[in-house]
Design a protein around this ligand. Structure first.
Ligand code: COA
Length: 260
C-alpha cells in the first residue's frame, strides 16, 4: 500500500491511476513522493485487475514540476548520488510490466519530464509546458533525461532543450515527438481514459510482450531485437488468451481476454 496521501491511487475498470498529490508545490518530487510512487507502482503491478496505469499530477497547474529543489540545498554529493541510484522510479517505470500512460496536465519539468519519458505513452493537455531546466540550477538531468530525451526527440533537440533549459509548449512537444498526442486541456482526462480503455481490452501477456519488445529496440542491435521479438511471439502461443483471440476472430465475436 502507498502509505501517504502525497500519492493517490484510483482504480476504474481495468485502469489504475496514480496521482502525485502535492499541488501546492506543483507536485515536485521529494523523497516521500518518490518512495510512495515506487510503492504505488508495486501495488498496481501485483493487482491482476489492473491492466494499464495512468500517471498524472493533482490540480490543474502541474503534472510534476521536477525534483523538489528545496531538498537540493546543502545536499552532499555522495548523498545525492545515492538518492538517484536508490530511488530510481524512472527505471522502475520502464521495467513495469504493464503499459503506462503519462497524462500531462500542466508543468512537466525536470524529473517530471523524466517520469513522463519513462512512461510508454505521453498524452498532453494543450496548456502543458515541458522542459529540462536543470542547467538553470547548475546541474543536469539525473533521472535519465540525457539518455531518454535524445532517443525520443533526436540529439539536436535534446541538446537544445537541456542546454537552454527553456520550456516548450505542448504543441511544440508534439511536433518534436516528446509527447505522442496533444488534446484540449478540458478533454485530457476523457481522452486518456479512452486510450487506456482501448489498451486495457487486450491480453495482458501480449501487452507485456509488446512493451518489452519495443523497449528492446532502444537497447539491442536489430538482429538481437528481432530474435527477442520472435521468442515472445512464439511464447504467446502458450497462453489461453491467444487461443481466445484467434477463436473469437474465427467465430466473428469480440474476444474476452482473461489474462491467462
Ligand atoms: N521544487 C520545489 N518547489 C517547487 C518546484 C520544485 N521543482 N516547482 C515549484 N515549486 C513550488 C514553488 O516554490 C512555490 O512554492 P511556495 O508557494 O511555497 O513559494 C509553488 O511550488 C508554486 O510555484 P510558483 O513558482 O509560485 O509557480 P509559478 O506559476 O510562478 O511558476 C514554474 C511555475 C514551474 C515556472 C516555477 O515554479 C519553476 O520554475 N519551478 C522549478 C522548475 C524546475 O526547475 N524544475 C527542475 C528541478 S531539477
Amino acid at each position: 500500500m502507498a502509505d501517504s496521501n502525497v500519492v493517490l491511487i484510483e482504480k476504474q475498470d481495468r485502469i489504475g491511476t496514480i496521482t502525485v498529490n502535492r499541488p501546492d508545490k506543483l507536485n515536485a518530487l521529494n523523497a516521500q513522493v518518490r518512495m510512495s510512487l515506487a510503492m504505488a507502482l508495486e501495488q498496481l503491478r501485483q493487482d491482476a485487475e489492473v491492466r494499464v496505469v495512468i500517471l498524472t499530477g493533482a490540480g490543474d497547474k502541474a503534472f510534476i514540476a521536477g525534483a523538489d529543489i528545496a531538498e537540493f540545498k546543502g545536499a552532499a554529493a555522495v548523498t545525492q548520488y545515492r538518492v538517484m541510484q536508490t530511488s530510481d522510479i524512472y527505471s522502475a517505470l520502464e521495467r513495469f510490466p504493464k503499459p503506462t500512460i503519462a497524462m500531462i496536465n500542466g508543468f512537466c519539468l525536470g524529473g517530471g519530464c523524466e517520469v513522463a519519458m519513462a512512461c510508454d505513452i505521453r498524452i498532453a493537455g494543450d496548456k502543458a509546458k515541458l522542459g529540462q531546466p536543470e542547467t538553470n540550477l547548475g546541474i543536469i538531468p539525473g533521472g535519465g533525461g540525457t539518455q531518454r530525451l535524445p532517443r525520443l526527440v533526436g540529439q539536436g533537440q535534446a541538446m537544445r532543450l537541456i542546454m537552454t533549459g527553456e520550456l516548450i509548449d505542448a504543441a511544440r512537444a508534439g511536433a518534436i515527438g516528446l509527447v505522442d498526442d496533444v488534446v484540449p486541456q478540458a478533454e485530457l482526462k476523457e481522452k486518456t481514459l479512452e486510450l487506456a480503455g482501448k489498451i486495457a481490452e487486450k491480453s495482458p501477456a501480449s501487452l507485456q510482450a509488446a512493451k518489452e519488445s519495443i523497449r528492446a529496440a532502444w537497447q539491442m542491435p536489430l538482429e538481437a531485437g528481432l530474435r527477442f521479438e520472435k521468442a515472445w511471439f512464439g511464447l504467446l502461443f502458450s497462453t489461453e488468451d491467444m487461443n481466445e483471440g484467434v477463436t473469437a476472430f474465427l467465430e466473428k465475436r469480440k474476444p474476452d481476454f482473461k489474462g491467462r
